[in-house]
Design a protein around this ligand. Structure first.
Ligand code: ATR
Length: 287
């Protein structure tokens, strides 16, 4: 990579930011396409987020991604918010528009949808209810994507029930019934389901395992874990052993980066086996 006065710049703001794999992802695409661009980690303290975002046009940045803990706060800072990001209550991508305004969007919905499409192309949204475990920011994006896919029933399961109720209220949509269930009921709600998605942090390296009895899940159901460290979580291993189609979470991370990259650097990109391998290498590397 050679940086010149014409190099297009983008980055990711987070606090901390060192854990982020987005620089590996975007710089892979920059190298792959020989784009004149650079993507840098930006360690921005929460109390300086407004200042940092406002500085993007002044510094000549094309935009940035946002990660923990900035995704919600950024909503009230940017000039224009995409309606989907507004509904979800979080944004992860900012583009500096031609008039220097900051445009915020949420590409996690797109990332989830494309990853599911890649991993289970014949998943039928009409096959049965979708069970979503968790009610955090990731769950909101997953629920929004499932509504968009025209799933008729979403069973939302969370340890803290009021949080699930809030998601169900805020994302309520016609033609999709969202029911909320206690964590204790997580195995019971699997009957007749066509899809099971884990959006909790359980099963991630260093976290407790996700304990769930899959015996009531119909054999045709697809199981997707959005955790990608490890790539095959204990949930996916158990599901695979029972004969379910499984979809890992790495593709969601990779696909959610595409809209931002294409807007900042003006080059269409794809999620390929080589990209997965390159980002997986960074996942294995110590931080
Ligand atoms: P994200 O933005 O990545 O979704 P989050 O907002 O911190 O992260 O949400 C984490 C999710 O994992 C939540 O649904 C959380 O449940 P609570 O709402 O009850 O906190 C869930 N989670 C984390 N640890 C858990 C555990 N030990 N058992 C069950 N659920 C857990």
């Amino acid at each position: 990579m050679r940086i010149t006065g014409k190099t297009r710049l983008a980055g990711i703001m987070g606090w901390p930011v060192a854990h982020s794999r987005s620089p590996a992802l975007h710089n892979f695409w920059i190298d792959e396409h020989g784009a004149d661009g650079a993507y840098v980690p930006l360690a921005v303290r929460p109390d300086r987020l407004a200042q940092a975002l406002r500085a993007l046009p002044a510094l000549g940045f094309q935009g940035c991604n946002l990660t923990i803990p900035h995704k919600q706060m950024a909503l009230s800072i940017v000039d224009r918010v995409d309606p989907l990001a507004r509904r979800i209550g979080a944004l992860n991508t900012v583009v500096v528009a031609a008039d220097d305004c900051l445009e915020g969007s949420n590409t996690d919905v797109y990332g989830f949808r494309e990853n599911l499409r890649d991993g289970a192309p014949d998943w039928d949204p009409g096959a049965g209810p979708a069970v979503v475990l968790g009610a955090g920011g990731a769950a909101r994006a997953v629920v929004a994507a499932l509504i968009e896919a025209k799933v008729a029933e979403i069973r939302l399961v969370n340890r803290t029930l009021p949080r699930a109720e809030q998601v169900a209220d805020e994302l309520a949509a016609p033609r999709c019934r969202i029911t909320v269930h206690s964590w204790r009921a997580r195995a019971d709600v699997l009957s007749e389901a066509g899809l099971l998605v884990n959006t909790t942090s359980l099963g991630m390296s260093g976290e407790a395992a996700l304990e769930i009895d899959l015996s009531r899940l119909p054999p045709s159901a697809v199981v997707n874990d959005i955790v990608y460290v490890p790539l095959e979580t204990p949930l996916l291993t158990a599901a695979r052993q029972r004969g379910h189609r499984t979809v890992d979470g790495l593709g969601m991370l990779l696909h959610q980066g595409r809209p931002g990259f294409e807007a900042w650097f003006g080059v269409p990109v794809r999620v390929t086996r080589e990209l997965r391998a390159a980002v997986m290498t960074t996942l294995a590397a110590p931080r």
